[in-house]
Ligand binder design. Structure first.
Ligand SMILES: Cc1ncc(COP(=O)(O)O)c(C=O)c1O
Length: 386
């Protein structure tokens, strides 16, 4: 390996959301990684910082080119430059699009358990969350298409927010599944937002299908959210993109992002994104291999040391979804107990709705030594839970 993912990084003392916790605690909750950045990103940001003047900034050609090239080479989707809109984050963009593409009181469909901030984007703007609950088959999750159609057919359903690949269940939706979702949305006149922020962290040798790469009418009724922030861990730089192949829809979304003031970059945002997509491929592939190793470490540990916990099978994200229903029907009580007893801070699944009350979410994007510490704490916490 060229890059050292084993290095025990110290993230305390810089107001990190993840690491600004009590001494001795081990945070493995928020989707934020503990590895040093890809060197190409640090060099590009340092070079920009060396210029020493940080005035208003626009996104340059290199931002557009790096994104188009990355998706074309890595994911087989040819994005045209004029489909792209810069935005400060996927969530700011989703909130803005919910406001533009639906009315107050409308139903917005999501597939639960799912990234909880989707609920805030929908509910804080006066819309209703309508759940199409995913089905746990004892190993992984499937889509209940009959239920999805029922929800999409609701008279006030105007929008669906898809998570592709899915946080937290780790599924990469197949092209067939995406087509089925798209067919149902099209049949019922529902616009689709596809959040693809986790698409670059997949098991080695495994890819994903960008929703809009299905082409034709599928591409025409959707907005796709992309970002370098998860795969390259640069969320603190606030940069993302919305891709909208339909001209009218794009104009509408762009107006919304502008009037919500979430369409202007800070002077490091586009620089970091262009550096990541321009030169970070080798680093990312090593990272994916390392994360696959961490996933295997957890699987083997649970099987041997904690068989009462069951790891859900998934090929994407560095967030593991763990069924704890053999221990408790209340994963929140278990998560609280684990944190109190051992300092391990993971996420209780209830906040993702659906069947989340039976699950814990564990972030494994950390050096293996730290992961092993986390697993020992998890064991102590589970075994002492009454
Ligand atoms: C599915 C999903 N979408 C969006 C985000 C956040 O995106 P941003 O930081 O660009 O708002 C996350 C963060 O974990 C996520 O998991």
């Amino acid at each position: 390996m060229k890059y050292n993912f084993d290095k025990l990084t110290d993230r305390r003392g810089v107001n990190s959301l993840k690491w600004d916790c009590a001494a001795g605690e081990l945070p493995m909750w928020v989707a934020d990684m503990d590895f040093e950045n890809a060197p190409c990103i640090n060099e590009a940001v340092a070079e920009r910082a060396r210029r020493g003047i940080f005035g208003y900034t626009v996104v340059g050609e290199e931002w557009y080119n790096s994104i188009c090239n990355w998706w074309s080479v890595r994911h087989g989707w040819n994005i045209q430059k004029d489909w792209l809109i810069f935005t400060t984050g996927v969530i700011p963009a989703i909130t803005s699009m919910v406001k533009r593409l639906s009315e107050t009181g409308d139903d917005v469909i999501v597939q639960t358990p799912v990234y909880d901030i989707f609920f805030h984007s929908i509910e804080n703007t006066g819309r209703h969350v309508v759940e199409n609950a995913l089905i746990y088959n004892g190993e992984s999750y499937d889509i209940d298409f009959a239920d999805l159609e029922r929800q999409l057919a609701r008279p006030n359903a105007s929008l669906m927010v898809l998570c592709n690949p899915h946080n937290p269940v780790g599924r990469i939706w197949s092209a067939e599944e995406l087509k089925k979702i798209g067919d149902l949305c099209l049949k019922h006149g529902v616009t689709l937002i596809s959040d693809e922020i986790h698409c670059d962290i997949t098991a080695p040798g495994t890819g994903y299908t960008p929703y809009a790469s299905l082409g034709g009418q599928y591409a025409q009724h959707c907005a796709v959210c992309l970002s370098a922030t998860k795969a390259f861990n640069i969320a603190g730089l606030q940069c993302a993109a919305v891709v909208v192949p339909n001209t009218l829809l794009k104009a509408k979304i762009e107006r919304g992002l502008n009037s919500d003031e979430v369409a202007e970059p800070n002077c490091f945002a586009a620089v970091a994104t262009a550096a990541a997509f321009g030169g970070g491929g080798g680093w990312l592939d090593e990272l994916r291999a390392y994360i696959a190793g961490n996933r295997e470490e957890v699987r083997a540990f649970l099987q041997k040391e904690l068989p009462q916990l069951k790891l859900v099978r998934g090929d994407a994200c560095y967030l593991l979804w763990i069924n704890c229903s053999a221990v408790t029907a209340d994963a929140s009580a278990l998560a609280n107990h684990i944190r109190k007893q051992t300092g391990l801070w993971l996420t209780a699944g209830k906040q993702y709705r659906g069947d989340g009350a039976h699950f814990l979410r564990l972030n494994i994007a950390c050096p293996r030594e730290r992961l092993r510490d986390g697993l020992q704490r998890l064991k102590r916490g589970v075994l002492s839970f009454k």
